[in-house]
Design a protein around this ligand. Structure first.
Ligand code: FAD
Length: 470
């Protein structure tokens, strides 16, 4: 309805980048249409990413706690079993509630929603093959590409979403695999490996690089890997998957050490391919209107999120930068602010990153390796959760807080936290970083007792060598 009229803003893609941009544009008084091919809003994140994975991480954690930790807290349960269909149904319910919620937000903010596959016919016209089978042309003064990303496949491996799965298939396995092999030790592989490991799978993670989660602070990464190993996750680092054969009863993987030496084989019931994500622009007609992309297929934009084609913008996973939902949202807001003639700004150095395992690992700002590379003098303040009273009280005390501050000014450069709920704790640090705070600012801020957050304060005190509780 009304889609043939000219819009101020047309957004292609209804993920966290696109739907947030559309709502913000409408809030700023711009006539806005959002085009989404999936049939539901929320993009990768809500449908097959952040949300369903966190639902399963929570449910599997509850099962694991009931089975392995309740007794030590004096809670007796006679039998604990996994009801996988019920667990998956709870996840699906969370997803459908949230995706429908966004449709409600579109209505409330008067964003016009067109369900279908959009492709450029000119820099101000998008032809949409609608889900119902028709076609409509949507016109806009400004068009924002927010088409996101897709699973990266590996040569010689065909994903069937049953025995050789992407993260999408790994969110809906019909039974708990006895042996799960995860290819790629990034956060998605480790999160999904944790889910199935807790539910009973033997999990082996095969990684080409010499370390897991490459973006993580090296010291925290070592602790994290040790923790995952204690949870019985196995790692084969510096290992290349040469071929995967799923013709037999089990899937057979041929592996080779990354430097070309030893060959080994591995058997699995299910193989998860989580070796990264690639920008998704298939069928969009970018070449037709001459939008520039880099070698990796990402759309190139300037600080205003403008492409080289006037009136065409791009945000989220389809442009360079961290491939995270909250980064896509920030892009969306800033891009629309520019379109509306205001100022917008996103600082990619201040985008927090979280791995939602147990314990979680969260970070914001620079790693110690990055600080070293900058050549600035710095101090490190660390505090272990073993010395945090709340963590001890609940018997969940694995992890640390690590703060890096510039030596001369005490300005915080980076904060890294491994702990239960680190993904919540990190935002105090994100705010501090955003305000250009010194570690002393955190050290002198009153933190409630007993909380895990006190470990952040103590680490800030430790930056100057003076924590109280250790
Ligand atoms: P997307 O969410 O990919 O949305 C793009 C949308 O555009 C899609 O719905 C697609 O259907 C639509 N589209 C594409 N082309 C067209 C077209 N031509 N016409 C119409 N519609 C089109 N990030 C986090 O921050 N935290 C997490 O915990 C997290 N967990 C994740 C777990 C998994 C398993 C995965 C796979 C990802 C996870 N991510 C997480 C990453 C997060 O999902 C992405 O960074 C985020 O979704 C990017 O948002 P986006 O709007 O740029 O793109």
């Amino acid at each position: 309805a009304g889609s043939a009229d000219e819009n101020d803003v047309v957004v292609i893609g209804g993920g966290p980048g696109g739907y947030v941009a559309a709502i913000k544009a409408a809030q700023l008084g711009l006539k806005t249409t959002c085009i989404e091919k999936r049939g539901t809003l929320g993009g990768t994140c809500l449908n097959v990413g952040c949300i369903p994975s966190k639902a399963l991480l929570h449910s599997s954690h509850m099962y694991h706690e009931a089975k392995h930790s309740f007794a030590s807290h004096g809670v007796k349960v006679s039998s604990v079993e996994v009801d996988l269909p019920a667990m998956l149904a709870q996840k699906d319910k969370a997803v459908s509630n949230l995706t429908r919620g966004i449709e409600g937000l579109f209505k409330k903010n008067k964003v016009n929603y067109v369900k279908g596959y959009g492709k450029f016919v000119s820099p101000s016209e998008v032809s949409v093959d609608t889900i119902e089978g028709g076609n409509t042309v949507v016109k806009g003064k400004n068009i924002i590409v927010a088409t996101g990303s897709d699973v990266k496949s590996l040569p010689g491996i065909t994903i069937d979403e049953k025995r050789i799965v992407s993260s999408t298939g790994a969110l809906s396995l019909s039974e708990v695999p006895k042996k799960l092999v995860v290819i790629g030790a990034g956060y998605i592989g480790l999160e999904m490996g944790s889910v199935w490991g807790r539910l009973g799978s033997e999990v082996t993670v095969v990684e080409f690089a010499s370390e897991i989660v490459p973006t993580m602070d090296g010291e925290v990464r070592k602790l994290f890997q040790r923790t995952l190993e204690k949870q019985k996750m196995k790692f084969m680092l510096k290992t290349k998957v040469v071929s995967v054969d799923s013709s037999g009863d089990t899937v057979k993987l041929n592996l080779e050490s990354a430097d070309g030496g030893n060959q080994t084989t591995l058997e699995a019931d299910v193989v998860l391919v989580s070796a990264g994500r690639v920008p998704f622009t298939a069928g969009l007609g970018l070449d037709k209107i001459g939008v520039e992309t880099d070698k990796a297929g990402r759309i190139l934009v300037d600080k205003r999120f403008a492409t080289n084609v006037p009136g065409v913008f791009a945000i989220g996973d389809v442009i360079p930068g961290p491939m995270l939902a909250h980064k896509a949202e920030e892009d969306g807001i800033a891009c629309v602010e520019f379109i509306a003639g205001k100022e917008g700004h996103v600082d990619y150095d201040m985008v927090p990153g979280v791995v939602y395992t147990h314990p979680e690992v969260a970070s914001v700002g620079k790693t110690e390796e990055q600080v070293k590379a900058l050549g600035v003098s710095y101090r490190v303040g660390k505090f272990p959760f073993m010395a945090n009273s709340r963590a001890k009280a609940i018997d969940d005390a694995e992890g640390i807080v690590k703060i890096l501050a510039e030596k001369e000014t005490d300005k915080i450069l980076g904060v890294h936290i491994m702990s239960p709920n680190a993904g919540e704790l990190i935002h105090e640090a994100a705010l501090a970083l955003q305000y250009g705070a010194a570690s002393e600012d955190i050290a002198r801020t009153c933190h409630a007792h007993p909380t895990m957050s006190e470990a952040v304060k103590e680490a800030a005190m430790a930056t100057h060598g003076k924590p109280i509780h250790i």
